[in-house]
Write a protein that binds this ligand. Structure first.
Ligand SMILES: Nc1nc2c(ncn2[C@@H]2O[C@H](COP(=O)(O)O[C@H]3[C@@H](O)[C@H](n4cnc5c(=O)[nH]c(N)nc54)O[C@@H]3COP(=O)(O)O)[C@@H](O)[C@H]2O)c(=O)[nH]1
Length: 734
């Protein structure tokens, strides 16, 4: 039995008790002594009153534990009092009982009315019964028994109805409270679409004031766009076989107040008295949708610049390609890489780097048309997509755009109160000429961007097929390079560098050769850039350093006893924190004095990471190792490098030397370089000397050393030893 229903037990027992008292008094006079009759009547009346009182308290939920403990003692105390009263005068028994019961019912009725509206009918009928009892007590004679019986029966039926109403109302209220306490909307509709039940949350979600407003409405009245057909079609889904419940849908509802509400609808069938209804739960998923949108955004947007990220860009480019294909139009992809961005990050920190990226992105965005797409592709890489271009125009439109971007970058940046110059390198690929899917176009633009970088930064290049062949070649070489050191596929050749005045062999340049088991002989011009890109140049350079020093060690105590070995060092080697240690170990292990080693660097190495390069070169010079600037004249040819890096030697590039006999411009340029080198106290080496005439001019100009095919080609070590022996004999005799 439910806790609430125990009131019926108390009331039932109370009623039984009162009836038992009546039987004892009116029907048991012949079987019991008067004292027993009086006592039992007093006991049953007390039991009945306590039962009514306790039932009422229980009904309204106010029967406390400590009160319940007094119920049985209360019956005995009250019985004692009634017995004592009637013992004096047993004529008081009937009117006294009616009076006591009447007063109790008046109290119960008043109490119920005061507690809740739903008890008003019950309370009123009980008060009437109470009043009727009092009236009966005052005037009830045997002649009135018939009237009394009818009156009391009518009132009992009325209070029964009042009780049924109160209990039903309570059950309904409990049900309503339960569905109202649900955190989601809830409604029950019938086959025709009429709403039978709805909770307050449902009303609120749909823009109504109360749930009551919804009851009786047709579902199509709930939302402006909802038609009768849609309402019927929804219900039909519940009649279908093999349906998994709940039927779950998500939708964005257009509400009557003009707002939109993203919801999840959970529909389940509900059968009442053989009729199929549909029970719909509405879950407000605005918050979930906001989070989904945020995640979607995060997956598509670069947090630093707020631009599309790589994934979003790919998807967008695929769309633009499809559009261009369907309309016979073109589109272009610009792959933009900020030069030297790493230096900004390293020198000023990542916050400054981010600021620079945002400024660069802002400048680019400013140059673009509303439909153009700008995305951050990676660290310092951006991509611009120019969509919907007329046939034949993609190439020049992209080149124009690239020029504008290069100009915008050239105006310099202010980052963390520092004025910085950051250039960009741009590669261009067009649809349909250079690829017909997003991956191919981006890859082609990337390859073209690398070509632009190689051309010396701040440049743009448009993709062409030869670049692809080159990139593919790079991939093949990259694959073949792996394991080539362990497989002993590399060896060194040595090219003599002689004193221009005396002809004496004073230096040799070690040059790397690769005889690949897969590709055959591969020239350094092809494999060195690939090794530099992959980072393998560090291992390869270390091998060259050790091998060359070992060779010079082996030449000790011979004609090449005091020769200086010159080796080429790439930027990545110099950035390797182990590099200086490796150099010093190579010297010690092979017994070389530091002046016997000269490291050849190109201008590109020097500009890449000035602060670090300066520090490393300082440590190398402290060791006593010589530093030589290779290919001078081909790169930036900046005088500041010559003073800034404390170089020992300047190597004049072959490109100038080859023309000095015939070109006045080359002649005067080489002359100027030599004069400048002298003034800075540098040793000068002329590269690519191929003729005696060139050698003579260079010697006359004051060049200290000569290197080139005129003296000797790069040769294996044993040939070089023979050459050196021959030369020293010739020099001695000469
Ligand atoms: N980081 C490293 N780079 C290296 C290493 N070994 C070589 N290289 C670089 O590869 C480039 C090509 O070198 P290579 O094919 O060996 O060419 C050298 C000489 O053979 C060539 N040379 C010398 N004299 C002449 C000449 O009279 N005519 C002519 N046509 N070519 C000549 O010049 C190259 C030497 O160049 P340089 O280093 O600039 O002095 C080249 O850039 C090498 O630097 C290595 O171990 N590590």
């Amino acid at each position: 039995m439910q806790r609430k229903e125990r009131h019926a037990l108390f009331w039932g027992l109370g009623q039984l008790s009162v009836m038992a008292g009546g039987l004892v008094w009116f029907k048991a006079g012949h079987a019991l002594s008067l004292q027993w009759q009086l006592y039992l009547c007093a006991f049953f009346l007390s039991g009945g009153m306590v039962g009514y009182w306790a039932g009422t308290q229980f009904f309204i939920g106010r029967l406390k534990k400590r009160q319940a403990r007094w119920l049985v003692p209360g019956i005995f105390i009250a019985s004692g009092m009634f017995y004592f009263l009637w013992w004096f005068n047993n004529n008081w028994l009937v009117p006294g009982s009616a009076t006591a019961l009447g007063l109790l019912m008046l109290w119960i009725g008043a109490r119920l009315i005061s507690v809740h509206d739903r008890y008003r009918l019950l309370g009123l009928t009980l008060m009437l019964r109470g009043g009727f009892n009092l009236l009966s007590a005052a005037s009830l004679g045997p002649e009135m028994y018939g009237v009394w019986f009818v009156g009391t029966s009518v009132l009992k039926v009325a209070s029964m109805l009042g009780l049924i109403y109160a209990v039903q109302d309570e059950i309904q209220q409990r049900y309503a409270r339960t569905i109202d306490s649900l955190s989601h909307g809830f409604l029950i509709r019938d086959r025709r679409g009429h709403i039978h039940v709805a909770n307050e949350r449902c009303a609120k979600l749909l823009g109504f004031h109360t749930a009551q407003e919804l009851i009786g409405l047709h579902s199509s009245d709930l939302l402006p766009g909802l038609t009768h057909e849609m309402v019927d079609r929804y219900f039909e889904r519940f009649s279908a076989v093999d349906v998994q419940y709940p039927i779950t849908d998500t939708a964005v509802l257009n509400l009557r107040n003009g707002n939109q509400l993203p919801v999840e609808l959970l529909g389940s069938p509900y059968i009442e008295r053989g009729q199929l209804y549909c029970l719909v739960q509405l879950l407000d998923i605005s918050e979930r949708k906001k989070k989904d949108d945020l995640l979607y955004q995060a997956a598509r947007v670069d947090p630093v610049t707020g631009l599309f990220n790589r994934h979003a860009l790919s998807a967008r480019l695929t769309q633009e390609i499809a559009k261009a294909a369907s309309k016979g139009r073109e589109c272009a992809v610009l792959f933009i890489d900020l030069d030297k961005f790493k230096r900004v990050n390293d020198s000023f920190g990542h916050a400054a780097g981010d600021e620079l990226l945002r400024t660069a992105a802002g400048r680019m965005q400013h140059l673009l048309r509303p439909d153009d797409v700008l995305a951050r592709f990676g660290g310092d890489e951006f991509i611009v997509v120019l969509p919907d271009l007329a046939r034949g125009s993609a190439g020049w439109m992209a080149a124009d755009c690239a020029n504008d971007i290069l100009a915008a970058m050239a105006s310099g940046f202010e980052v963390s109160y520092h004025a910085l110059r950051v250039t960009a390198s741009i590669g261009i690929a067009c649809y349909p000429q250079h690829g017909d899917d997003s991956d191919t176009l981006i890859r082609s633009a990337d390859i073209a961007m690398y070509e632009a970088k190689k051309a010396g930064r701040g440049e743009q290049r448009t993709f062409h097929d030869a670049m692809n062949a080159f990139a593919k070649d790079g991939l093949v070489i990259d694959g073949a390079l792996r394991g080539a050191i362990e497989a002993n596929e590399f060896y060194l050749v040595y090219q003599p560098i002689t004193n221009a005045h005396t002809g004496q062999l004073t230096k040799v340049e070690a040059l790397l050769r690769w005889n690949s088991s897969l590709l055959g002989p591969v020239s350094p011009d092809r494999f060195i850039p690939v090794a530099e890109d992959s980072g393998m140049i560090i291992a390869l350079g270390t091998w060259v350093l050790e091998q060359a020093c070992r060779q010079v060690g082996a030449w000790k105590k011979g004609v090449l006893d005091d020769v200086t070995i010159s080796i080429n060092v790439s930027a990545r080697q110099l950035a390797d924190p182990q590099f200086v240690t490796l150099v010093s170990q190579a010297l010690i292990h092979n017994g070389l004095s530091p002046h016997q080693l000269e490291l050849e660097l190109t201008e590109r190495v020097l500009i890449d990471d000035t602060a670090n390069v300066q520090a490393v070169l300082g440590r190398l010079r402290a060791l006593g190792v010589g530093i030589s600037l290779d290919d001078f004249g081909t790169g930036y040819s900046s005088l500041s490098y010559l003073t800034q890096f404390h170089l020992n030697t300047l190597k004049i590039d072959r490109a100038f030397v080859m023309d000095i006999e015939h070109s006045e411009r080359s002649n005067s340029l080489v002359h100027a370089i030599i004069a400048m080198g002298h003034s800075l106290g540098l040793q000068l080496v002329a590269e690519g000397v191929e003729t005696g005439g060139q050698a003579a001019i260079l010697e006359k100009m004051g060049c200290h050393y000569l290197q080139g095919y005129h003296i000797a080609k790069p040769v294996p070590p044993e040939d070089l030893l023979r050459f050196a022996s021959h030369l020293s004999g010739a020099v001695r005799t000469g």
